[in-house]
Design a protein around this ligand. Structure first.
Ligand SMILES: *Cc1c(COP(=O)(O)O)cnc(C)c1O
Length: 434
């Protein structure tokens, strides 16, 4: 065989055809082929400009190709990229100190993808359940929520309620029980039912993939309280909601907008026993995830019991530190908070004007969704997104009739208002043709 890299494809149709013929069909992307990104902007192969209102599912909170983060990655890549954890490197310890201070936990366990972070949290939680809580062998249970999204591994899809994610991937990993999201009474009942065999509760503080479901006020506090009462670990998956996205450093910080961990806990901070971060931890330039816990929990993991060849590599460490410095230096928490309120106000006025097309807007910070007034089986939201792309804004439907809007947090007010104008234009056009 004598392969060469095919450099003959130049048009969007040709690139899409290459993917179609040679790649697994595990995604259904919008027919847009991107070639360049900067801040909240992306450009396709024809040079057409778009506002990115997905941000790679909130991985690109710091904006595309942030120069500080990219420079750091290049600089570290020229020195040392990977040692494996068979040896130490001169970035890992520095990163571990920095990131545990930033998020106020004793320890961090570095991984690469979000799903790996969730798997890691589950393993830590189960081991703690057996060794510290005294759960009988192989009987540990973890409570999860309906409509959750925690990733795509066999164990994680074992407790998904999405049939497409589950069907024909069995047999499923046992030991998980699901309760409806946002239902305090259901959660309290589940955690109170034979708590001696419950190791943990795994929750997204806002369900992103499910369609930006914001639970009622006090829900997370109630979940944490139920866990505390029954000696059960509260595990927060903030892979999508964390790192400034919702107008707080973490969603569990609630209304506290300080940049970094503050002294006001526990009044405003529902501290999870295990915190999972990913996505924007690297500003979207490199896969970096992390699991945080205090010593009492994290120390159940000993050498040989968990790991990853790439986890904690020097490039990941250097990149994540710079990405978190950018969050602080560029006031992304405040920006997400202020512009998020502005965005919802703009969308609410569209909802009020076009109730036939739009049902409601909801969200926190710059993680928001518009719910289309049509059935989840209709193609209205998909067509809406195609029209938005034509108008120069990229977003993607989730669960059929919900459109998530999550621009990079570096977006300015003027850019946001221009983007709202694009959305408004499409709404007007679509409302007319219905
Ligand atoms: C994206 C996401 C994951 C999975 O992350 P991957 O990096 O895609 O494996 C897990 N949990 C939540 C809440 C997410 O949004």
């Amino acid at each position: 065989m004598n392969q060469t890299i095919d450099a003959t494809a130049t048009t969007a149709a040709e690139f899409i055809d290459l993917e179609d013929r040679h790649g697994a069909h595990n995604y259904h992307p919008l027919p847009v082929v991107l070639a360049k990104g900067e801040g909240c902007h992306v450009w396709d192969v024809d040079g057409k400009h778009y506002y990115d209102f997905l941000s790679a599912y909130s991985a690109v909170n710091q904006g595309h190709c942030h120069p500080r983060i990219v420079d750091k990655m290049v600089e570290q890549s020229r020195k040392l990229t990977l040692t494996s954890r068979a040896f130490h490197n001169d970035q890992l310890g520095v990163y571990e100190k920095y990131v545990t201070e930033y998020f106020a936990f004793d320890k961090v366990l570095p991984m690469n993808t979000g799903a790996e972070g969730v798997e890691t949290a589950i393993k830590i939680c189960r081991k703690w359940g057996y060794e510290k809580k005294g759960i009988p062998d192989n009987q540990a249970r973890i409570i999860v929520c309906g409509q959750n999204f925690h990733g795509r591994t066999v164990t994680i899809i074992s407790f998904s309620s999405d049939q497409g994610a589950r069907d024909n991937f069995g047999p499923y990993t046992p030991g998980f029980e699901s309760v409806p999201y946002g239902d305090i009474a259901a959660m309290e009942a589940a955690v109170g039912n034979d708590p001696a065999t419950i190791a943990g509760v795994l929750v997204e503080p806002i369900q992103g993939e499910a369609g930006v479901f914001v639970p009622q006020d006090g829900y997370i506090e109630a979940v944490a309280a139920a866990c505390k009462k029954h000696n059960v670990l509260f595990i927060a998956d903030e892979i999508q909601t964390g790192v400034a996205r919702t107008g707080a450093l973490l969603r569990i910080c609630g209304d506290c907008a300080c940049a970094g961990h503050c002294e006001r806990q526990p009044a405003t901070y529902v501290r999870p026993d295990i915190l999972i971060l990913g996505k924007a931890l690297s500003g979207g330039v490199y896969p970096v995830s992390a699991v945080f816990a205090d010593d009492e929990v994290m120390n159940v993991i000993q050498p040989g019991q968990h790991g990853s060849t790439f986890g904690g590599n020097p490039v990941a460490c250097a990149v994540a530190m710079e990405a978190l410095e950018v969050v602080r230096d560029e006031h992304l928490i405040q920006n997400a908070r202020t512009l998020g309120a502005r965005f919802r106000a703009e969308m609410q006025s569209l909802v009020d004007q076009y109730p036939g097309l739009l049902k409601l807007v909801r969200g926190k910070g710059l993680l928001n969704a518009l719910v289309i007034n049509d059935s989840p089986d209709s193609d209205t939201a998909w067509n809406f997104c195609l029209a938005l792309a034509e108008g120069g804004l990229l977003a993607k439907p989730t669960h059929g009739n919900i459109i998530r809007f999550a621009p990079p947090l570096v977006i300015t007010e003027a850019q946001l208002l221009e983007a709202c104008g694009i959305i408004g234009g499409v709404v007007k056009k679509m409302a007319k043709t219905r």
